[in-house]
Design a protein around this ligand. Sequence first.
Ligand SMILES: Cc1ncc(COP(=O)(O)O)c(C=O)c1O
Length: 467
Amino acid sequence: MNGLPLDPAPADMRAMGEAVVEYLVGFIGGLDDAPAAATEGATELASELRQPPPEHGGGFDALLGDVRDAIAHTFEYAGPGYLAYIPGGGLYSAALADFIAQGVNRYVGLWMPSPAVVQLEENVTRWLCELYGMGDRSQGVLTSGGSTANLSAVVTARHAKLGDDFTDGTYYVSEQAHASVTKAATIAGFSRKNVRIVPTDAELRMDPAALGDMIAEDRAAGMHPFLVVPSAGTTNTGAIDPLDEIADVAAGQELWLHVDAAYGGFFQLTERGKERFAGIERADSVTVDPHKGLFLPYGTGALVVRDGAALRDAHYEGAAYLQDLPPSGELPNYSEYSTELSRDWRGLRVWMPLKLHGVAAFREALDEKLDLAEELDVAFRADPNLELPWATQLTVTPFRLRDGDDAANEELLRRINASKRVFLSSTRVHGRFTLRVCIVSHRTHRDRIDECIAIVRDATRSLRGTG
Ligand SMILES: Cc1ncc(COP(=O)(O)O)c(C=O)c1O
């Protein structure tokens, strides 16, 4: 038999580890100059890599070569020019935390086998609970992302407000809500018809008066309104629903208030964010994604719930084979509060960067993103070839070619992305093709946004034949 033993010799472990560190240091160092997207030949490469695992293993260097090649043929998610969808980041400190967490493979689903390990993760969820004013009885869980956090929130609200007989339950989202909130309906046992789509105002924010009317109509029709899900920053345009007014409606109607802050949530660390999210501290639960606003690797979401017992009631299932392990006490058994039993120790990849860099570093980076978005908004508004139908409420700036049809806007996107210095994405709002810039990455700074402004200006001029 050849190939590496399952536990390699110390020298081999060291050599492989050093090769990986060397690669990552070079990778991160090269991000400023890397193309914002490099997908030419990527599907051909994918076909070449299509193969089952070998019976006998091969050398690490060759494998690392394949991995590096696959990574080099992608969108540059981690780079400063990635302004599409909701950018992430990828902190080196989080990669190190993951390396440790995977290497030691400690279990965090139940507290008793590793209380101090769970405590480090619990420090993160307590901090998140405090960030949104969730109070002493609250509980948080780290999830794989915002979608699973939203699902758990819907299930928790359903369980707390409706019990087992929930088929008449209705919940309320704006037409701009993230798909995961409506998708949660079917997974949580509702018909999609039970999700009510509340109209928005001119700035694409949920209309609280319309919400109140819809709830009243549903009650009159014998339905059971139980939940409203406003967004603290929509994915499409960054719109912030009027959280305080919606909280008034929710309180008056005894609805569960879940705020989807997956994208925008960490702007709460900044003064401007706190002001714009006024009312979020009245929520029953909040979804927030550290793999967005804390620049962490994908696979790191969070849900915080004011009434921790309600979260547990909705997710707890006893099991005889776990009888040796005590229930939640001083520390939580996360498996009692979430959909997962076995999972990675994702808390370490949040805790370690927070401790190492300090909260101020994240606050400053997020403040910088707000500044950059304002700069971009002003520059785009000054461009006679562009129209900005909506205000930049956080760090998403939606825009279109003035008087351009969908095909012209699609062509504009193609030309911008052909620059390879920035990579934008598009959406549809009220049926119309709309481009958007989304600034989240800690690696995006003024130089790249100035470049983005120039690229967009040149692309519109060349499209209009005026440049
Ligand atoms: C507002 C909002 N909610 C939910 C999600 C889903 O989060 P995830 O992709 O982490 O599942 C996103 C993702 O972009 C989002 O922007």
